[in-house]
Design a binder for this molecule. Structure first.
Ligand code: ADP
Length: 517
């Protein structure tokens, strides 16, 4: 049965579908006047005219017929869902029930999806929050680690200085003892033992410092022209006595193909050679150690071979790890850092290192380092001091100011320089150094870098600002490129790295005085 016109109009106006709608017409007392559609769906039975519509649809109880109303998703008879509209058309009251089972199902489904989305959102938010917390925890840990690493590097730098200064005294005074012991073989042997131990201690301090710097990526490389033959001579002078003491042979050979001047980092090349040749001598008890250097295609090829105990094959890679040592090398002391540092330095210099070794026969380390030929002339001086004393033409009684806060070291430098025939004056800190130098106008200043009040480099800068023109040599415990560069920028003419030997000190002082004179 089609719907009454009023209901159709209503449905049209409210944009509702007509299909399966049920319509009741009721009087002012809710009595049923007429119906359209399958009205039995509402209460399960077919109603009769005059029956109270509220018995069919209990939700009509309490409703005011004068007011149009809509009840959405009304559950009728616990079986179906309808949108129930109450409206008037002229004097007639209508109750229109529009089936909403499908819509309800869709809405429920949507509701479920919405609930799931809400749940997922909440879960996502929780995860984001957890992530945020983890990130900030990591950030805190990273900041803590960075702070700890800075504290560590500052500690290591200051420790290195603290160690180097007294070691300079130990090594220097031992040198004096060695010179003065004459034929007294006991004193000579004791002094040699002290010197060996002190140098060993020094190399350990240096290794630990370098290891820390490399770990932090804080090691700078300075490529500059250098004379490889000179470097080889220095290494030979330094290490041949150690080989002689053990009665083993030591030979160093630089091929004629090696250019006079090449470019690489001198400090690091020396360090690599001292480590490898030093190890070869340390571990070899009979036979010989050889250092051979040749050159091809912009590369330096360095071979260090020995007739020592050799290294078992399963250890050959491991010995390049930090702190790794082969166990049964009794009595050969070390930190196990030397080869690790060497391999990393070789890498920083754009090179490679290879080891061939046979237990009982010996070891052979081969380095290939980037080292193009340089047309530059090599500066006569370097941080290791002058190599050749330049004549003896200086006037005597030249005056030197020693600015150093460590009294033992001041005394030692004084002894060295008095032997060289110099007159001395002292200052204990940077400020005093500036005052004394300006007043006394010494011929040369030896300036310790680390001093109280005003550090040595600031004092050097101050002196240059005030017109002081005599040579200033910095005394430093540090080998870092930054410190070296800063010394030159702030007005030093050269510098000496602690520990300083008497020969090195006198030749460097002599040469700088000679250059000015
Ligand atoms: P260290 O010499 O302080 O022990 P290194 O890192 O320089 O530390 O060397 C690590 C280890 O490699 C040494 O302890 C030694 O066992 C082995 N080694 C290094 N060079 C040689 C060599 N020329 N002959 C035999 N063994 C060597």
């Amino acid at each position: 049965m089609s719907l009454p016109l009023a209901a159709s109009r209503y449905l049209y106006a409210t944009d509702n579908a007509v299909r399966d709608a049920i319509c009741l017409s009721i009087d002012a007392n809710f009595r049923l006047v007429q119906w359209w559609g399958n009205v039995s769906v509402l209460s399960g039975v077919t109603p009769s005219v005059g029956e109270d519509a509220r018995d069919i649809l209990p939700l009509l109880y309490g409703m005011d017929l004068a007011e149009p109303a809509t009840i959405r998703f009304a559950n009728v008879n616990d079986a179906h869902v309808f949108h129930v509209h109450l409206f008037r058309d002229g004097d007639e009251n209508y109750v229109l029930c529009i089936p909403a089972d499908d819509e309800k199902a869709r809405t429920t489904e949507l509701q479920q999806v919405a609930n799931e989305v809400r749940l997922l959102n909440a879960q996502q938010q929780r995860l984001v929050q957890e992530l945020e917390e983890a990130r900030s925890e990591l950030e805190t840990k990273r900041a803590d680690a960075q702070r700890a690493s800075m504290v560590k590097s500052r500690f290591i730098a200051s420790i290195s200085h603290e160690f180097r200064t007294p070691l300079t005294s130990v090594i220097g005074y031992t040198e004096l003892l060695l010179n003065e012991s004459g034929q007294n073989s006991d004193v000579l042997a004791h002094a040699k033992a002290i010197s060996r131990s002190a140098r060993h201690l020094l190399s350990m301090v240096d290794n630990i410092l370098d290891q820390a710097r490399i770990e932090e990526g804080n090691i700078a490389i300075r490529i500059a022209p250098l004379n490889v033959r000179q470097v080889t001579d220095d290494i030979t002078t330094m290490l041949a006595p150690l080989a002689a003491e053990k009665f083993i042979g030591f030979g160093a050979f630089v091929d004629a193909k090696v250019p006079r001047v090449i470019s690489t980092d001198e400090v690091r090349l020396r360090q690599i050679l001292v480590n490898l040749v030093g190890n070869a001598i340390k571990f070899t008890d009979a036979g010989e150690v050889n250092l051979e250097i040749t050159w091809a295609q912009d590369k330096l090829i360095v071979v260090i071979s020995d007739t020592g105990p050799g290294i078992p094959e399963d250890q050959q890679l491991l010995i390049f790890d930090a702190f790794h040592r082969v166990n049964d090398l009794d009595g050969k002391r070390g930190t196990g850092l030397g080869l690790n540092i060497t391999a990393r330095l070789v890498e920083l210099l754009g090179g490679s290192i290879e080891l061939e070794s046979q237990p009982g026969v010996g070891s052979r380390f081969e380095l290939v380092l980037k080292a193009p030929e340089s047309q530059a002339a090599v500066a006569a001086d370097n941080i290791y001091g002058e190599r050749k004393v330049m004549g003896k033409s200086r006037k005597h009684a030249q005056r030197i100011l020693i600015a150093e806060d460590d009294p033992d070291l001041t005394e030692l430098l004084g002894l060295f320089l008095t032997r060289g025939g110099y007159e001395l004056m002292m200052a204990e800190d940077g400020e005093q150094a500036v005052k004394t130098a300006l007043k006394e106008q010494p011929d040369l200043v030896l300036m310790d870098v680390n001093m109280p009040q005003m550090d040595g480099l600031s004092a050097a800068r101050e002196l240059r600002k005030k017109g002081f023109s005599q040579p200033i040599l910095a005394l430093t415990a540090s080998l870092s490129v930054n410190d070296r560069d800063q010394a030159f920028t702030w007005g030093c003419d050269g510098y000496l790295v602690k520990p300083i030997s008497m020969a090195e000190l006198l030749s460097s002082v002599e040469r700088h005085l000679h250059e000015r004179g």
